[in-house]
Structure formats: C-alpha cells, structure tokens
Design a protein around this ligand. Structure first.
Ligand code: AKG
Ligand code: FE2
Length: 365
C-alpha cells in the first residue's frame, strides 16, 4: 500500500471536459487517477435530463399500499426484478435497513425453454406497480434508464481510453443493444426506529458488474467508501452529479488496474428517509471473463503497481470469475442473494447451492 496514492475524498470530474478535443486529455488524466487509485468519482455536468421527474416519483413509489407492493414482489420474477420489503436482506450476516425495488432496462428474455442455458433467464421484463396508482412512473423510469444506459456506454469508452486500450477497447464485453439488459434499484433507507441513525443501511460490499452510476436522490449523507488504508471516506450527495464506481468484473478484466472499492451506507439521522438510485451496467451474458486477455501499456501497469494493494477489508467479497459465462456467474450470485427466488424459479441450481435448504434470509449481493 502506498499512502502517496491514497485518497481522503472522492474526486469530481467534469463530464463536459470529455466532450471537447482540447480538454479531453485533461479529463482522461483525471479519470485514470480515479480509476486506479480511488475506484469512485463524482461526474458533474452530465447530460441526463430525466432526474427531476424521477425524483418526484420516488416517495410515491414507496408510499403505495403494502399489498400493491407485495403483488410485484421479487419472488414472483425469474429475473430477480420487483419489490423487496424492508429487512429482507443481509450483508455480512447483518440486516440491511432498506426497502427497495429492482428494475431494469427494457428486455425480451432470450430464454425459450429448457434447452437454453438457465442463465439466459436471469434477464427479462420488469414487474411494474399498478399504473393506475402511479401514472406515468413506468415511462419516466424507462426514459431515465435509456439515458443512463447511453451515458454508461460512452463512459465505458472513456475508461478504455484512459487505460490505454483505445476508445473501442472494452466493446467486446457488450452484446448488441437488444441482447443487453442493465439493472437499477430504487432504494429507501428509513430512519431507524430509535431515531439514532448511522446503523447499517447496507453493509460493506463491492458491486459485481462493470460500472455503477449512482444517483443520490435526497440530501442525506451516509454513503462511505473505503480508501487504501482501510479508512471510511464520506461521499456526500453533490447536487447535479452521479457517483460512478467500478465493479468486480471490470477490476478483473483490467487486471486490477481499475479498482473495485468497498462501500457501505449508514442509515440516516433526522426525520426523513435517504433515497438512492444505483444503475448497474452489465456485460454480455455469454462472455467468459477468464478467457479475455487485454493488453495494457507498460506505463499503465506501472501506475497499478505503484498504487499497491489494498489493506485488509471486511467487505463481502466475490468468488473468482471462473471459466463460466458471465451470465452463469451472475445467476449464481443472484440465487445466493435471493434464495427464495432461486428456490422457486431455479430449483436445480438452488439444490446445488443449498443442498440442505436455506435457513435464513438472502443478502443484497
Ligand atoms: O444507496 C447508495 O448510496 C449505495 C447503494 C449501493 O452501494 C448498492 O446498492 O450497491
Ligand atoms: Fe454498491
């Protein structure tokens, strides 16, 4: 570990710098630093226009009658999409204090019948709350997800450039748009009943995929990221920004150059809940990450080596990305996180993973 490269705050990058040839090199230098040494950044001046409309819906979504929310519970969905009640998940064996909806970009599932691989079915259509009770929500969220998807793919090209791969250097990880699906959650972190706050909103973890675009959708602080020394650094909401971070899959294919950084959320204090909307960019279901060998310039590898390794962390970790297709790795992770969904929709895999059945609750990851 090198303390020279350690961070005590999360850097803010101005997206507009990436759009003009004269300022792009400056943006790429800042991005390279953030990818290698921090694993997190704020992105300001981004082009997403659908945020105010979405923010307006979030409290209404959680205020729907409980029986309406339960009608679209995640357990109904072979695609792990839908509503999860407060306290329904664990991270590091402790209950996460959050209520959430899992949605995703529009997608027709590729899975037809048992002859297709089971992991094709991990992606598919969303479950929507009754539109009569929340008119326009679906269209607003779909529009927002389309916008963030487009930004995330442009950003991926900038990541490739910043790491010396050229603008198309990460293209091979994505299928054509109709074969891709990206997920998003809408999350509510209530103030705990004791009113104290600062308990576990969500416990320390890494994100699994490539890039996460997190919208902090209220003014509460609570998000913290772990630096190289193991200290927890605040990432408070900054109006007009996304928080962007690296997932384990991108860390793996970049040979540890881009850092996946552990993070957690503390419950809010005060009288109002904290809301957030993380968007998780996925990669092709069929790609086998262990078979991809990207070639990085020596000066980029040197920056990784100068950074050194990260202090021991107690975050939930991920199994190695093995030789399985990424969709299969994804499905296994989902079944472990949501065993009730696994047991109902993937009984054979569930038996393999939990030969004695599952006692307890799922975890978020
Ligand atoms: O709610 C947040 O700010 C972060 C949530 C998060 O890290 C996640 O859901 O993966
Ligand atoms: Fe996360």
């Amino acid at each position: 570990m090198s303390s020279d490269n350690d961070f005590s705050s999360v850097p803010v990058l101005d997206y507009s710098l990436a759009l003009s040839p004269s300022t792009k090199p400056q943006f790429l230098t800042q991005l390279r630093h953030a990818l290698i040494n921090v694993g997190f950044l704020y992105l300001s001046n981004h082009p997403i226009s659908g945020i105010p409309a979405l923010l307006d819906y979030i409290p209404k979504l959680f205020a729907l009658p409980q029986e309406e929310k339960d009608k679209v519970a995640m357990v109904n969905s072979p695609h792990f999409l839908g509503y999860s009640r407060l306290g329904n998940e664990l991270t590091k064996g402790k209950v996460d204090y959050r209520e959430q909806w899992d949605f995703a970009t529009r997608h027709e599932t590729r899975w037809r019948d048992e002859r297709d691989p089971d992991y094709y079915r991990v992606w598919g259509p969303c479950q929507w709350p009754n539109p009569k009770l929340i008119p326009g929500f679906r269209e607003t969220l779909e529009g927002y997800l389309d916008e963030v998807q487009e930004l995330s793919l442009k950003f991926s090209s900038l990541v490739a450039e910043a790491l010396g791969l050229g603008p198309n250097g990460l293209d091979r990880f994505y299928d054509k748009p109709e074969l891709m699906q990206h997920r998003a959650k809408i999350v509510k972190y209530p103030v705990p009943p004791d009113g104290q706050g600062e308990g576990q909103g969500v416990g320390p973890h890494y994100d699994a995929g490539f890039l996460t675009f997190l919208l902090q959708a209220s003014e509460h602080r609570g998000l913290q990221v772990q630096n190289l020394a193991g200290d927890w650094i605040d990432a408070p909401p900054i109006p007009g920004t996304f928080v962007v971070n690296i997932g384990k899959a991108l860390e793996f294919v970049t040979k540890g150059i881009a850092r996946a950084t552990s993070h957690r959320v503390l419950s809010p204090r005060g009288s109002t809940p904290r809301y957030s909307v993380p968007f998780f960019q996925n990669i092709s279901l069929t790609i086998k990450l262990a078979e991809v060998d990207l070639e990085f310039p020596p000066e980029i590898l040197k920056l990784r080596d100068e950074r050194g390794t990260v202090a021991a962390t107690d975050s939930v970790n991920f199994g190695e990305f093995n030789r399985e297709p990424s969709g299969r790795v994804n499905l296994i992770g989902r079944v472990k996180s949501h065993p009730d969904v696994g047991e109902r929709h993937y009984p054979a895999l569930f038996k393999e993973l939990f030969p004695n059945g599952f006692e307890g609750k799922g975890s978020a990851y």
